[in-house]
Ligand binder design. Structure first.
Ligand code: CUA
Length: 166
Protein backbone atom coordinates (compact mmCIF):
# COMPACT_ATOMS: atom_id res chain seq x y z
CA UNK A 1 0.00 0.00 0.00
CA UNK A 2 1.61 3.22 -1.20
CA UNK A 3 -1.24 5.53 -0.31
CA UNK A 4 -1.66 6.37 3.38
CA UNK A 5 -4.88 8.34 3.25
CA UNK A 6 -7.30 7.45 6.10
CA UNK A 7 -9.74 6.06 3.55
CA UNK A 8 -7.12 3.73 2.11
CA UNK A 9 -6.10 2.54 5.58
CA UNK A 10 -9.71 1.83 6.44
CA UNK A 11 -10.17 -0.13 3.22
CA UNK A 12 -7.05 -2.13 3.98
CA UNK A 13 -8.31 -2.98 7.45
CA UNK A 14 -11.59 -4.14 5.98
CA UNK A 15 -9.78 -6.25 3.44
CA UNK A 16 -7.66 -7.91 6.12
CA UNK A 17 -10.72 -8.58 8.24
CA UNK A 18 -12.49 -10.27 5.30
CA UNK A 19 -9.39 -12.31 4.52
CA UNK A 20 -9.46 -13.61 8.11
CA UNK A 21 -13.18 -14.42 7.92
CA UNK A 22 -12.86 -16.24 4.58
CA UNK A 23 -9.79 -18.09 5.87
CA UNK A 24 -11.79 -19.09 8.94
CA UNK A 25 -14.67 -20.42 6.84
CA UNK A 26 -12.29 -22.47 4.68
CA UNK A 27 -10.59 -23.86 7.79
CA UNK A 28 -13.99 -24.77 9.25
CA UNK A 29 -15.05 -26.56 6.04
CA UNK A 30 -11.80 -28.54 5.95
CA UNK A 31 -12.22 -29.43 9.62
CA UNK A 32 -15.77 -30.67 8.90
CA UNK A 33 -14.55 -32.78 5.98
CA UNK A 34 -11.79 -34.33 8.07
CA UNK A 35 -14.09 -34.96 11.01
CA UNK A 36 -16.80 -36.54 8.82
CA UNK A 37 -14.24 -38.71 7.04
CA UNK A 38 -12.72 -39.95 10.30
CA UNK A 39 -16.13 -40.47 11.84
CA UNK A 40 -17.35 -42.65 8.96
CA UNK A 41 -14.07 -44.52 8.70
CA UNK A 42 -14.18 -45.35 12.41
CA UNK A 43 -17.89 -46.10 12.59
CA UNK A 44 -19.83 -47.27 9.50
CA UNK A 45 -23.48 -46.17 9.33
CA UNK A 46 -25.63 -47.96 11.85
CA UNK A 47 -28.19 -50.60 10.93
CA UNK A 48 -26.03 -52.03 8.15
CA UNK A 49 -25.84 -55.76 8.63
CA UNK A 50 -23.30 -57.77 6.72
CA UNK A 51 -23.37 -61.47 5.88
CA UNK A 52 -21.10 -63.83 3.95
CA UNK A 53 -22.94 -64.59 0.66
CA UNK A 54 -20.79 -67.71 0.05
CA UNK A 55 -22.10 -69.55 3.12
CA UNK A 56 -25.75 -68.41 3.01
CA UNK A 57 -27.01 -71.89 2.20
CA UNK A 58 -24.83 -73.71 4.71
CA UNK A 59 -25.30 -71.90 8.00
CA UNK A 60 -26.92 -68.99 9.76
CA UNK A 61 -30.16 -67.10 9.39
CA UNK A 62 -30.69 -67.73 5.67
CA UNK A 63 -30.44 -71.52 5.47
CA UNK A 64 -33.37 -72.91 3.47
CA UNK A 65 -35.24 -74.29 6.50
CA UNK A 66 -35.32 -70.79 7.99
CA UNK A 67 -36.78 -68.99 4.94
CA UNK A 68 -40.37 -67.84 4.63
CA UNK A 69 -42.75 -66.37 7.19
CA UNK A 70 -42.34 -66.85 10.93
CA UNK A 71 -44.36 -65.51 13.85
CA UNK A 72 -42.51 -65.29 17.15
CA UNK A 73 -43.94 -65.58 20.69
CA UNK A 74 -44.69 -61.84 20.78
CA UNK A 75 -46.61 -62.05 17.48
CA UNK A 76 -43.87 -60.30 15.48
CA UNK A 77 -44.05 -61.44 11.85
CA UNK A 78 -40.76 -61.86 9.97
CA UNK A 79 -40.25 -62.89 6.34
CA UNK A 80 -36.80 -64.14 5.40
CA UNK A 81 -35.89 -64.60 1.76
CA UNK A 82 -32.93 -65.02 -0.56
CA UNK A 83 -32.64 -63.77 -4.14
CA UNK A 84 -30.52 -65.52 -6.74
CA UNK A 85 -30.36 -65.62 -10.54
CA UNK A 86 -33.26 -66.00 -11.38
CA UNK A 87 -35.63 -66.66 -8.55
CA UNK A 88 -36.58 -65.85 -4.99
CA UNK A 89 -36.60 -68.43 -2.23
CA UNK A 90 -39.32 -68.97 -1.23
CA UNK A 91 -41.40 -68.46 -4.38
CA UNK A 92 -44.61 -67.82 -2.46
CA UNK A 93 -44.80 -65.73 0.68
CA UNK A 94 -47.90 -65.70 2.90
CA UNK A 95 -48.39 -62.81 5.30
CA UNK A 96 -51.25 -61.63 7.53
CA UNK A 97 -53.18 -58.48 6.61
CA UNK A 98 -53.03 -55.30 8.71
CA UNK A 99 -50.03 -56.54 10.68
CA UNK A 100 -46.49 -55.15 10.68
CA UNK A 101 -44.32 -57.53 8.68
CA UNK A 102 -40.54 -57.26 8.81
CA UNK A 103 -38.67 -58.45 5.74
CA UNK A 104 -35.08 -59.64 6.09
CA UNK A 105 -33.54 -60.48 2.76
CA UNK A 106 -30.26 -60.80 0.93
CA UNK A 107 -28.82 -61.89 -2.42
CA UNK A 108 -26.47 -64.79 -2.99
CA UNK A 109 -24.91 -63.78 -6.32
CA UNK A 110 -25.54 -60.33 -7.84
CA UNK A 111 -27.64 -57.28 -6.97
CA UNK A 112 -31.37 -57.94 -7.13
CA UNK A 113 -34.35 -56.11 -5.67
CA UNK A 114 -38.07 -56.46 -5.38
CA UNK A 115 -41.29 -54.58 -5.10
CA UNK A 116 -44.54 -56.11 -3.83
CA UNK A 117 -47.45 -55.22 -6.10
CA UNK A 118 -48.22 -51.52 -5.84
CA UNK A 119 -47.29 -51.22 -2.18
CA UNK A 120 -44.39 -49.38 -0.57
CA UNK A 121 -42.58 -52.69 -0.05
CA UNK A 122 -39.57 -51.99 -2.23
CA UNK A 123 -35.96 -52.89 -1.51
CA UNK A 124 -32.58 -53.57 -3.09
CA UNK A 125 -30.77 -56.79 -2.25
CA UNK A 126 -26.99 -56.65 -2.31
CA UNK A 127 -24.73 -59.69 -1.82
CA UNK A 128 -23.00 -59.36 1.53
CA UNK A 129 -25.72 -57.25 3.16
CA UNK A 130 -29.02 -57.96 4.89
CA UNK A 131 -31.79 -55.59 3.77
CA UNK A 132 -34.57 -55.02 6.26
CA UNK A 133 -37.80 -53.09 6.20
CA UNK A 134 -41.14 -53.26 7.94
CA UNK A 135 -44.50 -52.64 6.35
CA UNK A 136 -48.14 -53.68 6.72
CA UNK A 137 -50.35 -54.89 3.87
CA UNK A 138 -53.85 -53.48 4.07
CA UNK A 139 -55.61 -55.44 1.33
CA UNK A 140 -55.93 -59.20 1.19
CA UNK A 141 -55.19 -61.07 -2.00
CA UNK A 142 -52.27 -62.11 -4.15
CA UNK A 143 -49.64 -59.75 -5.52
CA UNK A 144 -46.71 -60.29 -7.81
CA UNK A 145 -43.26 -59.56 -6.45
CA UNK A 146 -40.92 -59.00 -9.40
CA UNK A 147 -37.19 -58.41 -9.26
CA UNK A 148 -36.66 -54.77 -10.20
CA UNK A 149 -32.87 -54.62 -10.58
CA UNK A 150 -31.47 -55.86 -13.88
CA UNK A 151 -29.58 -58.98 -12.85
CA UNK A 152 -28.89 -60.82 -16.11
CA UNK A 153 -30.61 -62.52 -19.01
CA UNK A 154 -33.28 -64.11 -16.81
CA UNK A 155 -34.21 -60.90 -15.01
CA UNK A 156 -37.62 -60.55 -16.69
CA UNK A 157 -38.70 -63.97 -15.42
CA UNK A 158 -37.59 -63.43 -11.84
CA UNK A 159 -40.50 -62.96 -9.51
CA UNK A 160 -42.35 -64.44 -6.55
CA UNK A 161 -45.90 -64.14 -5.21
CA UNK A 162 -47.09 -62.57 -1.97
CA UNK A 163 -50.41 -63.71 -0.53
CA UNK A 164 -52.00 -61.44 2.06
CA UNK A 165 -54.51 -63.36 4.15
CA UNK A 166 -56.94 -62.49 6.94
CU1 CUA B 1 -33.02 -60.50 -10.08
CU2 CUA B 1 -33.44 -58.88 -11.76
Amino acid sequence: AISHSPAAESAERHERRWAVIVGGIIALLIAMMVFTGLHWAAMPPSRVETIDPRTLHQRGEFIEANLGTTVDAQGQVTVRLVAQQYSFTPQCIVVPADTPVTFRATASDVVHGFVVGRTNANVMLIPGFVSTFTTAFRKTGEMLMPCHEYCGTGHEGMWARVQVVD
